[in-house]
Ligand binder design. Structure first.
Ligand code: SOE
Length: 381
């Protein structure tokens, strides 16, 4: 695993726990954790259960005893690391969004396609596809329970940047993160929409905005818990992204991604309306799915709250008895299960780098639309 921030912890947990609950066809060995700072990498490796730590990812990728590379670094290094790993014959799991630019994502998708010819697998870490309730939602749509999809509303709402004095971390720098709320959380809203509906976003029109243009530079530590210095730096990414889009079928979708939605902590919400039914999901209540069956007699109509904790629900079998909830971290175990299974079976895991490239095109189209006024921009699919 390369990187050891927040996502490093989440992925480590997935690698550690998945084989203990799921019958994996292959046994992952948590071999090496790589970080630029030797002491930091070693401390994280010890804490999360990796056998060794290292500081040079190129040396680690060259090792014969490494089969899989998990990239959990900021976006500015995804392309270089993932392409090198694929070329070295390693299966690659890469955090979302796939890259910082379409150009990088195109190179990554091309490398992934070439590697696939040699049996090498790659996947993007859009983990919310692996929440049982969102997978169940996808199943309901695929079974036709919603009929023809007419309208989607997808939003990812957080408020962790409301404090204008919060330090300027890498997530607020375009050269490191690619974009702000748009790529960090809007990308999840796009991926989840495409996953559940089974349709791609074909055109968008949007607006992105930065509310706090300057912030104190980061001193000690990292992330929001880091200290602020008296010097200030420019925020070069968006804080809010709003856009509308059209799906392949012509259905309309609206998207919202913000780090300034007061009181909303991690609300990835999606509501889908179809000719036969509707569904609604909110990550802040991730064990639940709301379903409205419009085919019932009018007297019985209403959204029903399905607790997605039955052993027959997606991914739930190996976990706890009915009604015993899962949390944020379980998606990372499901991600490991799916990835390792695909490696063993020799199938293409989804979301593929091609899927990640498409999301990148949507993000870029939103940026172009915002910069150019209000034009509709095709996403290239
Ligand atoms: C920060 O906004 C963040 O951690 C994202 O980077 C993650 O992808 C999302 O899952 C939660 O919020």
């Amino acid at each position: 695993m390369i990187g050891h921030g927040f996502m490093g912890a989440a992925h480590s947990q997935g690698w550690r726990v998945a084989p203990r609950f799921f019958d994996l066809p292959l046994e992952p060995e948590m071999a090496v954790l790589v970080g630029r700072n030797a002491a930091g990498a070693e401390a994280s490796a010890r804490k999360w259960g990796w056998d060794e730590s290292a500081t040079d990812w190129r040396e680690v990728i060259a090792r014969d005893d490494i089969d899989v590379v998990d990239v959990v670094t900021p976006g500015d290094t995804h392309a270089e690391i993932a392409i090198a790993a694929l070329e070295a014959g390693k299966h690659v799991l890469c955090e979302k969004p796939l890259a910082n630019t379409v150009e990088e994502a195109e190179r990554m998708a091309a490398a992934a396609a070439a590697a696939a010819e040699r049996g090498i697998r790659s996947m993007v870490g859009f983990t919310y596809r692996r929440v049982p309730a969102t997978t169940f939602a996808r199943d309901l749509v695929a079974e036709g329970r919603l009929g023809e999809i007419r309208q989607v509303r997808a939003e990812y709402l957080q408020d962790w940047l409301m404090d204008a004095e919060a330090p300027l971390t890498w997530r607020m720098q375009k050269d490191r993160a690619g974009s702000g709320a748009l790529g960090d959380i809007g990308a999840h809203a796009v991926d989840l929409t495409e996953y559940i509906t089974g349709q791609r976003v074909t055109t968008v029109s949007g607006i992105i905005e930065t509310l706090v243009e300057e912030r104190p530079l980061l001193g000690e530590g990292s992330g929001l818990s880091g200290t602020a210095t008296s010097e200030r730096g420019k925020v070069t990414v968006d804080d809010i992204a709003l856009f509308t889009g059209r799906l392949e079928s012509g259905a309309l979708a609206s998207f919202e991604a913000t780090r300034f939605r007061t009181g909303r902590k991690n609300a990835l919400r999606i509501e889908i309306s179809g000719s036969k039914g509707a569904l609604a999901f909110d990550l802040e209540r991730l064990n639940e799915l709301e379903f409205y069956d419009a085919t019932l007699p009018a007297t019985g109509l209403g959204f029903q709250r399905i607790l997605v904790t039955e052993s027959d629900h997606p991914y739930m079998g190996p976990w706890w008895p009915t009604g015993h909830m899962l949390g944020y971290e379980h998606g990372f175990s499901h991600q490991v299960y799916d990835f390792v299974t695909a490696i063993d079976e020799g199938t293409q895991p989804r979301p593929s780098f091609e899927d990640g490239l498409h999301v990148q095109r949507v993000l870029e189209a939103v940026e172009r639309s915002s910069a150019s006024g209000s034009a509709w921009i095709a996403t290239g699919d």
